[in-house]
Design a binder for this molecule. Structure first.
Ligand code: DEZ
Ligand code: MG
Length: 293
């Protein structure tokens, strides 16, 4: 049974128990561009207590550099090395696990942030923000010329998704391309509510192909491997803070760290009541810890 923390004393005991804090972003720090009340002060407090702070997001629409810019704008202290996104993890997976031949290419459904992370790993890619793919013109299969170098289809959150992108990705998958997803979150929490998430977008191809993609993001192992490659931490004194049970909390459990669920994102009280993925702790909002300042 999760411990529901409410008192200042319980918050203080929690903070003292851990040295490293892994923070999910969407639904924990912010919803879209709306920062959760009190979060900036809490992150500052943790830094002042010499806690390690690492950000771990499944949102593949931004690169680490993009997120660094978002943190800077918010006035939150963060270095690029403390930021891990599923775009970065997917690029690392392709370069270190798939180890594509140098001439191979990736067909991308996703935003420039994902393309940028592929660039940093030296992975050739097409699709994505290419104007030829960002069209509402009807797709004509009879005139479509496949790029024979494409051996991977990588699908991530794409706020400009369209039928042409799905048709091209589908042709590459039918030709045998490896099917990867940056993450399979069902919904995307933004200011005012929920939007279809990356998992919902990827489902269109999974349904058409009759196969599931390999998902790289939380709760998968690759994200934790990427973090461990850059940071050493004691799992016994590490806390994963997230808003989604089947990604963040499961990611923490898979990684052998403690887990704290916040109720400012996608998880409702009703879902929490019936879940089989039980966090160690639950608080209403990360911002509630500001009473410790
Ligand atoms: O990809 C998605 O559907 C969303 O970006 C999702 O919200 C993941 O963001 P996170 O909560 O992991 O920061
Ligand atoms: Mg989240």
């Amino acid at each position: 049974m999760a411990a529901r923390l409410k008192s200042q004393e319980e918050y203080a005991t929690l903070i003292d128990k851990y040295d490293t804090f892994l923070f999910d972003c969407d639904g924990v720090l912010w919803n879209g561009d709306a920062v959760v009340d009190g979060v900036i002060d809490v992150l500052r407090m943790l830094r002042e207590k010499n806690k390690s702070v690492i950000f771990v997001t499944n949102n593949a629409s931004k690169s680490r550099v993009d997120y660094k810019g978002k943190f800077d704008k918010m006035g939150v202290q963060a270095t690029e090395e403390e930021i891990f996104g599923s775009a970065y993890a997917s690029a690392v997976y392709i370069s270190t696990v798939l180890r594509l031949p140098p001439t191979s290419k990736v067909y991308v459904i996703g935003m420039p942030g994902l393309e940028h992370e592929l660039d940093t790993e030296g992975i050739a890619h097409i699709g994505g923000s290419d104007p030829a793919d960002n069209t509402l013109e009807p797709f004509k299969l009879s005139t479509f010329v496949k790029d024979e170098k494409v051996s991977v289809v990588l699908c991530g959150l794409d706020l400009h998704i369209n039928y042409t992108k799905y048709c091209k990705a589908f042709q590459y998958l039918r030709a045998g391309a490896t099917f990867l997803a940056t993450n399979v979150d069902s919904t995307y929490p933004v200011d005012g509510g929920l939007l279809p998430g990356s998992g919902a977008l990827t489902y269109v191809l999974a349904k058409a192909m009759g196969v599931e993609p390999l998902s790289i993001g939380k709760p998968g192992k690759t994200m934790m491997d990427c973090i461990k490659a850059k940071h050493s931490f004691d799992p016994a004194r590490t806390l994963m803070v997230g808003d989604r049970l089947d990604t963040d909390i499961l990611f923490g459990k898979n990684g052998g760290v403690s887990t704290l669920l916040v109720m400012t994102g996608v998880t409702t009280e009703a879902v929490l009541e019936s879940t089989t993925i039980v966090p160690d702790y639950v608080i209403d909002s990360l911002g509630d810890l500001r009473v410790l300042i």
